[in-house]
Write a new protein. Structure first.
Length: 120
């Protein structure tokens, strides 16, 4: 992968990370602004469920931010775009679809098959 392509993916990752961080800020402000102690138990339960769902979403996004950060670090180390299992180059089309991909499509497919078999 050439330097121009690395810069392209780094910019995609930085923009994605910035969007996620803005969502985190919005969530914090939303929860602070909307936090109310409703007298009706049904209203309280609805609000708690809404906050719980929002927090689960933010937790997934937090994990994604960590993955984005490690991918940016891989770009800095000139180790981006190679499968961590077999070492071959991950295709540009795959990286365009999933910039944080760290496995080629074949290794990822094998992992998913193994996961399915263990989960059954």
């Amino acid at each position: 992968m050439n330097e121009k392509q690395q810069d392209h993916f780094k910019q995609i990752l930085l923009d994605w990370r910035e969007q996620l961080m803005q969502e985190v800020d919005r969530t914090v402000h939303h929860m602070q602004d909307d936090a109310a102690n409703y007298p009706d138990p049904a209203d309280r339960a609805t609000q708690e469920e809404e906050f719980s769902l929002e927090l689960r979403t933010r937790d997934r996004e937090r994990k994604l931010i960590k993955k984005i950060d490690s991918t940016i670090e891989a770009i800095a180390q000139d180790d981006y775009g190679f499968c961590e299992s077999c070492g071959i180059e991950i295709g540009i089309r795959r990286l365009e679809a999933r910039p944080t991909a760290n496995k080629c499509i074949d290794c990822k497919t094998l992992d998913e098959i193994k996961e399915k078999q263990l989960g059954s």
